[in-house]
Design a protein around this ligand. Structure first.
Ligand code: FE
Length: 175
């Protein structure tokens, strides 16, 4: 009987270097931050917290926080959006469904919507991946402004600089 040992490699880490040009991972221990300064004001009662600002592929992943009476202005998405509701409840003026804690939402290219939080909800927090650009529009679709990963980065730099975290605080989220 041979005593050949078959080694079990199921828990052996990958042994080779990663590609030399691969970007570093991002790990955000407190995605929902204890430090209030990490939230970047966007409108009255609306803030975002960057997690991944992907300038190399033109998308961003952030937490959106909206408190009572906050409205995320009407905007059109030429590309898909993915959302996961972490806290609270919200809806779009353009749809009859309500997104509640635990819900996943796929927003198809071509969506135009206005996000509102019901009166009885103190706060909602939702993780969104937004691809490309969002175009702010009037009720008839005329574009009044836009946001993309670069305007997001600019907003972060200005805010983090103003609150004392330093403009470079945003760098850890950029790839
Ligand atoms: Fe949207």
């Amino acid at each position: 009987m041979t005593s050949q040992t078959v080694e079990d490699h199921s828990r052996t880490p990958y042994q080779l270097p990663f590609p030399a040009d691969a970007l570093a991972e991002i790990v955000v221990p407190q995605a929902i931050p204890e430090d209030e300064r990490a939230w970047v004001p966007q409108a009255d009662n609306v803030w975002f917290r960057p997690l991944c600002l992907n300038r190399s592929q033109g998308y961003w992943v952030n937490l959106l926080r909206v408190r009572k009476s906050g409205v995320l202005s009407r905007h059109r998405h030429p590309q898909a959006v993915h959302g996961f509701v972490l806290k609270g409840r919200w809806r779009y003026l353009e749809h009859d469904w309500v997104a509640e804690t635990g819900a996943y939402v796929f927003e198809a290219p071509g969506e135009t919507h206005t996000l509102v939080v019901p009166e009885d909800v103190d706060e909602m927090i939702t993780l969104f991946q937004v691809n490309g650009v969002m175009c702010y529009v009037d009720p008839w679709g005329e574009v009044t402004g836009y946001e993309d990963v670069f305007t997001k980065i600019d907003l972060c730099r200005k805010h983090y600089s103003a609150v004392g975290l330093g403009a470079e605080f945003v760098d850890e989220f950029i790839r």
